[in-house]
Design a protein. Structure first.
Length: 281
């Protein structure tokens, strides 16, 4: 294997794009409280979040080897591109680095990182196999990113609305991901929401979650917490986009389209973050 391919596969293993989104979430929630870039605690916090998320992705792939042979055969671990001992070492290293960094920053941030690291391990090991509970856990951890960022800035209350939005967006997307992965999950006997309730009922659950999210996007504007820029970006960049993507997910039954829709929903989080950033007062 060439050196460039190994680097690319390592990036793929960590799911760096997801880690960047997480870091961006911390940055935005920090800037909503304190608009400054010269605080080293901000960058240390982003680094800690990167290590937590990357470690979580690694341990998830380790426990998901059999499922990924069907659902995601392109994953690096499936093709034995890395020695398992090396992968476990990187997981432990990232987990310890995130814990040490957060302990240096503050005790509250240390508790959030400890909770997140332990929860991600047990999520990957067992909890994700319990219908809906796994979806809820990942969504909760996504929301915690914004609590984490606002706590670094010194006002945890400013992270509440962003955390709620992230929680709902992630929860809806996690249900859609389970619908996408239903064949592999059936093969290994995993009991996800689509397997227990059926794919169509699960889709309506996801639509209901997104509907609540869309309604809630209006609340901060009506309460005067965010300005009209937030409302315009949120409505046209998040609400309308979500409705269109859900319609496409419902109409088209092929796995490739469902995967594209899921990816676009993930990146629509960026638009939501921009709405919060430009709409802050």
């Amino acid at each position: 294997m060439g050196k460039k391919n190994r680097i690319f596969d390592f990036i793929k293993l960590l799911r760096v794009n997801n880690c960047i989104i997480g870091g961006f979430g911390v940055l935005i929630s920090y800037l909503l409280v304190r608009f400054e870039f010269n605080n080293p605690h901000l960058y240390l916090g982003i680094l800690a979040v990167f290590f937590v998320m990357a470690g979580g992705n690694i341990i998830n792939d380790i426990f998901d080897l059999e499922t990924d042979r069907i659902n995601k055969p392109e994953r690096p671990l499936i093709n034995s591109r890395f020695n398992m001992k090396f992968v476990i070492f990187i997981y432990l290293l990232f987990s310890l680095l995130s814990i040490f960094i957060s302990f240096y920053l503050s005790f509250k941030l240390f508790l959030i990182v400890i909770f997140s690291t332990v929860t991600l391990f047990f999520y990957s090991y067992k909890l994700k196999r319990i219908p809906f509970l796994g979806n809820f856990i990942i969504s909760l951890l996504s929301g915690l990113l914004f609590i984490f960022g606002s706590e670094i800035a010194g006002d945890i209350s400013k992270g509440i609305f962003p955390a709620i939005f992230a929680f709902l967006l992630t929860l809806g997307r996690e249900i859609l991901k389970d619908i996408e992965d239903v064949d592999g999950d059936k093969f290994i006997g995993r009991r996800t929401l689509p397997i227990v309730l059926g794919e169509e009922n699960s889709l309506f659950c996801a639509i209901f979650v997104f509907f609540i999210l869309i309604i809630l996007t209006f609340i901060p504007y009506l309460l005067g917490i965010y300005n009209v820029k937030y409302m315009l970006i949120s409505f046209f960049g998040v609400d309308i986009v979500l409705m269109v993507l859900l319609l496409i997910f419902y109409i088209y039954d092929d796995i490739k389209t469902k995967r594209v829709v899921n990816t676009l929903i993930k990146y629509d989080m960026f638009v939501g973050l921009l709405a919060l950033f430009f709409g802050g007062k």
